[in-house]
Design a protein around this ligand. Structure first.
Ligand code: ASP
Length: 441
């Protein structure tokens, strides 16, 4: 019998996880059972993916740059990547703002609901910790992000997944210096990183064998820890606007993939779908990164010279889904609390949400931290911030799952566009975990 394709296996795992989670919420000890005995399996899977993220970025970026032979090509790729990321993010925020202004989800929220949400969440540590985190980030100077990008200890940078930009900085520096010492001298180092790269990609294949079971555990865990269904229902219109915006963003990606690369968008979505499903299950583009890289390189055919730079950078700075959500959430909160927004305020949202998506970490819930900064930029009163966040907190996790899918799809799309523009979009070459198994078994 033909084996079911990976994305179907993952999808089935997800559906069973959701059903199982719902079933367990009906039993008194069900929630505790899931968090004690099921969820840890999902957590292990996410840790395994994070475990290989830094070695993969280093190995593949060194390989990518040292294959270039010509530094000016790297400049081309860099400039195109950043420019395209900015354009897609601005498109995302604009879609979000248009939808939230036309559909006005905040105006239908009753005072009772506002009071209930405020009472439930305004003092919640989830909300207050996000405000504190945002205050810490905001207190730094305008060039702090550049300072933060440069590590003062390469090894220390590599010990922290949150310092991905520092690792990229060091690795680009290393790769360019390798080009400058000449091919022959750089060969031992290049061979080392080439082999490391192949090994880490094999690790991705092996980890992915457990993906269908892991997503079962992750989703069962999400379901048992989700909020009161009544509150979710009250926020249905707001959540609907965000999800509609995110869906339109996927349509936008499909259109540009078709127009620019001339590839079939459905083919693109199928190839990238395991990464999307994992983005949904983990709510973290950083944890999904190894899978995104594997799918884009092996299943779509983007050359490593492009993907090794575009994808890690994208995972950290390009978050179209997050910025769309921030635009919608900021306006929704303003509408619900009767805070009038001028056209100027909305333009400020575009700018700050763009910067916020660059500054958001690629981990669950990070988008909400930066939302605080977006709200403050439009003069939202500091004493009402907790109430504002409380309004949307109940649906944040499901929306986080959806926006992470868009974040990852956006990175994959841009990698295809950049690859096409520098003539580096080739044919897929799929490697399976057991290609050499017979030799060692
Ligand atoms: N969870 C998102 C990501 O990792 C960030 C966010 O929107 O909270 O891409």
């Amino acid at each position: 019998m033909k084996k079911l394709e990976l994305h179907w296996q993952i999808l089935i795992g997800m559906l069973l996880g959701i059903l199982f989670g719902f079933g367990m919420t009906q039993i008194s000890w069900g929630g505790e059972f899931v968090s004690d005995w099921i969820q840890p399996l999902g957590t292990i899977f996410v840790k395994l993916l994070k475990l290989i993220a830094i070695p993969l970025i280093v190995a593949s970026l060194v390989k990518g740059i040292s294959d270039l032979k010509d530094i000016s090509k790297f400049r081309n790729i860099g400039v195109r990547t950043i420019a395209t990321y900015i354009v897609t993010t601005v498109v995302a925020i604009t879609i979000g703002l248009v939808l939230v202004n036309v559909m006005q989800p905040g105006n239908g929220i009753s005072e009772d609901t506002v009071a209930k949400l405020t009472e439930t969440y305004a003092g919640d540590s989830g909300v207050t910790s996000k405000i504190e985190e945002a205050t810490r980030q905001k207190d730094s100077g305008p060039l702090q992000f550049l300072v933060d990008m440069v590590p003062d200890n390469a090894m220390a940078a590599m010990t922290d997944n949150g310092l991905m930009l520092q690792v990229i900085f060091f690795t680009v520096f290393l790769g360019i210096s390798m080009l400058l010492i000449g091919e022959e001298k750089a060969k031992p180092l290049k061979d080392f990183f080439d082999a490391l790269n192949d090994v880490v990609l094999k690790m991705v294949d092996l980890i992915m064998l457990s993906a269908p079971y892991a997503v079962f555990a992750l989703l069962a865990g999400v379901v048992v820890s989700s909020s009161d269904p009544d509150l979710l229902l009250a926020l249905l219109k707001y959540a609907g606007v965000v999800v509609l915006g995110l869906a339109l963003m996927i349509v936008f990606y499909c259109i540009i993939v078709a127009v620019v690369t001339k590839k079939n968008p459905l083919w693109f979505l199928t190839q990238i779908s395991p990464a999307q499903l994992l983005a949904f299950s983990t709510s973290s583009s950083a944890a999904t990164l190894p899978v995104t890289m594997e799918r884009v390189e092996e299943h779509i055919g983007v050359d490593k010279e492009v993907s090794s730079f575009v994808l890690p950078v994208g995972a950290t700075i390009n978050m179209d889904g997050t910025s769309l959500y921030q635009g919608v959430a900021a306006v929704f909160i303003a509408q619900a609390l009767g805070f009038d927004l001028t056209f100027g305020n909305q333009l400020t949202i575009v700018l700050t949400a763009l910067l916020a998506s660059i500054g958001s970490a690629a981990v669950p819930g990070a988008g909400m931290v930066m939302l605080v900064i977006v709200l403050e930029s439009i003069g939202f009163p500091a004493d009402k911030l907790a109430i504002g966040l409380a309004l949307i907190f109940a649906v944040d996790r499901p929306l986080d799952m959806c926006r992470t899918v868009v974040n990852v799809t956006g990175d994959a799309t841009v990698s295809m566009l950049v690859a096409k523009s520098v003539d580096k979009l080739g044919e897929p070459h799929v490697e399976n975990w057991d290609d050499h198994y017979d030799e060692v078994k």
